[in-house]
Design a protein around this ligand. Structure first.
Ligand SMILES: Nc1ncnc2c1ncn2[C@@H]1O[C@H](COP(=O)(O)OP(=O)(O)OP(=O)(O)O)[C@@H](O)[C@H]1O
Length: 632
């Protein structure tokens, strides 16, 4: 990996794999980091603020921000007069100021509240918009699958869940908080500097020197805090992920009695979180020593500087008080970035993680290339929302890929010509030069030794794997049945309708009556499941929402998956060991149903009982070799 040079712009925007990696980021200079962060920030934020509604809300927010700045200056004058009236024992003036204060409190103070409210509201809307868009890009063209598929891929992004949920939240929240607070600080800085200067020019000079010394000191310690915070996000996501894995694989772990190993792994990750947090606490303590000292000096320094003038009767007590307040404000504004190290670190970490993630999504999506907008803004239309891309924009790939053409009007359910299938990393060819035609009513059995490439061939037919060469034409009216069917957390009715959903308006055409669903459950022999879930009432059972993947046996889940197929009645069905957990009689019953429906099917499996349900046998032997024979 080459070390990037100063002024080297191009790599920041390209998504070559090395530029997505953490190692690449470690080679960047500090200046390049800042430029990359700004460029990434612009690319991530501009699509949202290109929208008229977002711009309107932002304008309102800036107006409120300016007004709340003015409120602070007005209050500083009220407070000056208040103290002056008190020190001069001027009762009439005092009550006059109290009246002014009450009016200001009612009229002006709510502006501060409204400003903060509006800021939160905009941050939430922005978050919703960005998360929605990222989710769509993540789901388009099975990007989520591609990102997980190649374990050796250097550009693989960790914890996408954390990036979509947590990083988007902190990005949108901090963008607004940070930049607006920065703007307020600059306005305040100017306003209160003028006040200080008019009280005594020396006050202004001393505050600048004081703030510079303090900021440098804090920056040295704060830098370490920034690095530790970046690490914290990743370590906490890793810990959460290891707990999610235990929950998802609870039964397998229980059978293996794998608790000690799992616990060890979780504890190792917890140790890393704790070590990191310890370092953060120690660094914060050091920072605290400095900032506390700084705060107390801030409180007394302006009073010390103005004491001779006060005791000499040149200025009033109110002026002293106003100077102290202004001094605090200016110092706070000058040190804003320093104080905000914590959030700044979190903010820059989330920018980087989001940018990396969106680059990886762009790379994994065959319909997009490095020139496509990062957040897909060309696909956005104010009226229809996000439109998913349909036209391939990417030029010919350097690596050859399988050409898949799914069509509703395909002449045959499946035609394969000169197909070679490789693993996603192109290191091994599993099938070489395969040509096969599957006619309506054909039943093909794919068999062969474990690891030879049977499931890989199915993945290529589905379009999940594209590494290799050759042509696949198939009907788009196809269903794939994996060995372990996916059961979403939903009602039994929606298990059967999956991937459709009875609650979705757009899926209305796929929804079946309870009678039809019950008839199907009878055919695939799972009516008992509905009866149990509904305490004897089958209709109530259809509405039961349970963790079905843990509740049902694998054989029951496989029969449920056949029920889904029966509902969808595809022209072509591809089964990858989809009856492996069934008893022989159930397996026969399922295949009899398939034949009854006259559906063409291709099965992958090892069981000798499967032979009799098929008429063509494709044996994959590994290393590219195969044979095709007709079963008599
Ligand atoms: N994402 C991946 N990247 C690289 N190699 C992979 C990947 N997924 C699977 N493989 C490898 O591809 C080979 C073929 O796997 P495949 O799942 O197709 O085998 P199979 O014939 O279906 O085996 P089984 O009968 O055990 O299910 C295996 O050696 C496997 O390790």
């Amino acid at each position: 990996m080459s070390n990037p040079k100063e002024g080297d712009e191009a790599p920041y925007l390209s998504y070559s794999e090395s530029h997505l990696s953490d190692e690449y980021h470690q080679t960047l200079t500090k200046w390049q980091h800042v430029r990359l962060a700004f460029k990434a920030f612009r690319l991530l934020s501009s699509p949202y603020f290109a929208r008229s509604d977002a711009r309107r809300l932002f304008l309102l927010l800036v107006t409120l921000m300016l007004m709340s700045s003015a409120v602070r200056v007005i209050f500083s004058y009220i407070s000056r007069d208040y103290w002056s009236a008190l020190s001069g024992r001027d009762e009439e003036q005092f009550y006059h100021i109290v009246r002014n204060f009450c009016v200001a409190l009612v009229v002006l103070a709510p502006l501060n509240v409204l400003y903060r409210y509006q800021r939160e509201r905009l941050a939430l809307q922005w978050r919703e918009w960005m998360t929605e868009r990222m989710l769509k890009l993540y789901a388009t063209n099975r990007v989520y699958y591609t990102l997980e598929a190649d374990p050796k891929d250097q550009s693989k992004v960790d914890n996408p869940d954390q990036r979509i949920c947590e990083d988007v939240r902190s990005f949108t929240h901090f963008s607004l908080t940070f930049f607006l607070t920065l703007a307020i600080s600059i306005i305040d800085l100017v306003a209160f500097s003028v006040i200080l200067y008019t009280i005594q020019p020396m006050l202004f000079v001393s505050i600048i020197s004081f703030a510079t010394v303090g900021s440098v000191g804090v920056a040295v310690i704060g830098q370490q805090l920034m690095r530790l915070n970046v690490e914290r996000l990743q370590k906490e996501a890793d810990l959460r992920f290891s707990l999610v894995r235990v929950r998802e694989n609870a039964e397998s772990i229980a059978f293996y009695s794998g608790e000690p190993m799992e616990q060890q792994q979780i504890l190792n990750r917890l140790d890393q979180v704790v070590d990191n947090k310890n370092d953060i606490i120690v660094t914060k303590r050091n920072l605290d020593f400095l900032t506390t000292l700084y705060n107390y000096v801030t409180w007394t320094l302006p009073l010390l500087l103005l004491a001779p003038a006060y005791f000499g009767g040149v200025i009033e007590l109110g002026v002293m008080q106003q100077a102290a307040v202004a001094f605090g404000h200016v110092l706070e504004d000058l040190s804003f970035i320093v104080w905000e190290f914590d959030s700044l670190a979190e903010f820059s970490a989330s920018i980087r993680r989001l940018y990396q993630f969106l680059q990886a999504i762009q790379k994994a999506d065959p319909d997009r290339d490095e020139h496509s907008p990062l957040l897909g803004d060309d696909m956005y239309n104010e009226k229809d929302g996000l439109i998913l891309p349909t036209v391939a924009k990417r030029g010919p790939s350097v690596l050859s890929t399988i050409q898949l053409t799914p069509s509703l009007h395909a002449v045959m359910p499946l035609t394969i010509r000169n197909l070679s299938v490789s693993t996603p990393d192109y290191t091994r060819t599993l099938v070489k030069n395969l040509s096969l035609s599957v006619n309506d009513g054909d039943h093909v059995l794919i068999c062969g030794p474990s690891g030879a490439g049977k499931s890989s061939l199915v993945r290529s037919i589905a379009g999940l794997w594209t590494a290799g060469s050759g042509f696949i034409e198939r009907t788009s009216d196809v269903c794939f049945l994996p060995q372990k069917p996916y059961c979403p957390v939903a009602s039994l009715r929606n298990q059967l309708l999956y991937p459709h959903n009875s609650e979705n308006q757009s899926d209305k055409a796929f929804v079946q009556s309870d009678e039809q669903l019950i008839a199907i459950m009878k055919q695939v022999n799972i009516l008992g499941i509905a009866e149990q879930a509904g305490n004897g009432n089958v209709e109530a059972g259809l509405d039961a929402v349970l963790d079905w993947s843990n509740r049902l046996s694998l054989g029951e889940q496989q029969r449920l998956a056949f029920g889904r197929v029966l509902l969808h009645r595809p022209r072509l069905l591809i089964l990858d060991e989809s009856t492996s957990a069934m008893d022989v009689q159930s397996e026969r019953q399922m295949y009899d149903l398939l034949r009854e429906w006259k559906v063409s099917y291709i099965s992958v499996g090892h069981r000798p009982t499967l032979i009799e349900f098929h008429d063509i046998r494709l044996e994959i032997r590994g290393m590219g070799e195969f044979s095709i024979v007709r079963i008599e």
